[in-house]
Design a protein around this ligand. Structure first.
Ligand code: HEM
Length: 384
């Protein structure tokens, strides 16, 4: 029997599994895990674009025993909400996002490299990928150095707040830091010039008191840190691996094309989930109300009906940009262009600044996660 849910750390090549499923069972009921898995491009798109498929609830009735602030954050994230609540929180997240100032990415990455380089060797994942995206977001909102240090240090464990199931240790850590993160972000927001007008705008537009809007704004700013961490880390890691193995680093445009093709070919995020709010037919399969669904984005990205010669890495392919790695429809990632820009600047800095970049390991290990394929370490040597 095929299991649709596996840890990326356990599978050397998930793409061969997706290929078999695409050919034999593109819409598959996994009886063991009681979940539908959707592998083809068109079916993934039709589910993601249909608001009858909702985001599943994490932590119903606070069964995970999160404290006040952690619960506040989880309840208000646009990424996890549906219906009118989603409309409001998405608008808030977009307003926050549009108020980010541009920052000098080169300055941040060069500092990270300088701080972590030991005799020409550096672990790209731990020294750069886990730090750069979240620092760029924090600095774009003008957070003080001390707050940047605190949040970027805690974020790796704090992002576990998004897991459908959490261990007791994870819950303890989340509860421990959420109070401080929440208060740091709330205080900083109130010092920003756009904050009051944002509150008034949302309050008037949706007839909600400002008191009720504040936690949604605080939570969604924290949400931007959370969202930037895993996926941002994975994009910087997987792109470096592909660029090195395909030698596509001769100029900045080639780097950008490589990143977009990496998003299709070897994406950081492999799947996302939905719950059916009513009965729905896909071909001959009947998805019933309340059924769980796994949307396998990384498989859709290699669907030969959508991408010609899908199993080959080709930065010149015309429709690479149509990959589903950032989702599509109402919950489409709002940082698609930001993430590609950030990765392009960072990787171009690396290849432009250093003449020789060599990978020092031939067996990449991945994090034990179901939804994301994230290298644990990538040791490289860099020399100019
Ligand atoms: C490589 C980088 C990234 C990838 C691959 C990625 C991927 C995704 C995906 C797949 C979704 C939709 C999930 C779904 O429909 O179930 C999403 C939503 C979202 N992303 Fe990203 N993301 C990335 C970076 C970022 C960054 C840097 C930020 C913030 C600074 C961000 C903010 C968001 C937000 C707020 C949502 C929720 C939108 C909504 O549900 O209304 N993402 N992202």
């Amino acid at each position: 029997m095929t299991s649709t849910l596996f840890l990326q750390s356990d599978i050397p090549d998930p793409y061969s599994t997706y290929k078999i499923m695409l050919e034999k069972n593109p819409v598959y009921w996994d009886e063991t895990n009681k979940i539908w898995a959707i592998y083809s491009y068109n079916d993934c798109v039709s589910i993601l674009k249909n608001n009858k498929f909702e985001i599943p609830l994490i932590n119903p009735n606070n069964e995970q025993k999160l404290n006040k602030q952690a619960l506040e954050i989880l309840t208000h994230l646009t990424r996890l909400s549906n219906g009118i609540q989603h409309k409001i929180s998405k608008e808030i997240a977009m307003l926050l996002f549009s108020n980010m100032r541009s920052v000098d990415i080169n300055k941040i990455i060069s500092q990270l490299i300088e701080d972590n380089l030991v005799k020409d060797k550096i672990d790209w994942v731990n020294s750069v990928c886990k730090k750069l995206p979240v620092l760029v977001v924090l600095k774009s909102f003008g957070f003080k150095e001390i707050d940047c240090d605190f949040i970027s240090e805690k974020i790796e464990s704090f992002v576990k707040i998004m897991l459908p199931k959490k261990t007791e240790d994870q819950v303890n850590f989340i509860n421990e830091v959420s109070e401080k993160i929440y208060s740091v972000v709330e205080k900083h927001l109130s010092s920003l010039s756009f904050y009051n007008s944002l509150l008034i705008k949302i309050s008037e537009e949706h007839q909600i008191s400002i008191d009720k809007i504040i936690p949604v704004v605080v939570s969604n700013l924290i949400g931007l840190f959370i969202q930037s961490f895993d996926a941002g880390r994975g994009l910087l890691s997987n792109s470096l691996l592909q660029i090195l193995s395909n030698k596509t680093f001769s100029n900045k445009i080639e780097i950008q094309k490589s990143i977009i093709e990496t998003l299709r070919f070897d994406p950081p995020i492999h799947n996302t989930r939905r719950i059916a709010a009513e009965d729905f037919h896909i071909g001959e399969s009947l998805i019933k109300k309340n059924d769980s669904i796994l949307i396998v984005l990384a498989s859709a990205n290699r669907d030969p009906e959508k991408f010609e010669n899908a199993i080959s890495y080709d930065i010149e392919r015309e429709n690479n940009f149509e990959n589903l790695t950032f989702g599509i429809g109402g919950h489409l990632c709002l940082a698609k262009h930001f993430s590609i820009h950030l990765a392009t600047e960072a990787l171009w800095f690396l290849f432009h600044e250093y003449k020789t970049i060599k990978i020092l390991e031939n067996n990449i290990e991945y994090e034990p996660l179901i939804n994301a394929r994230l290298p644990k370490n990538i040791w490289i040597s860099i020399t100019n």
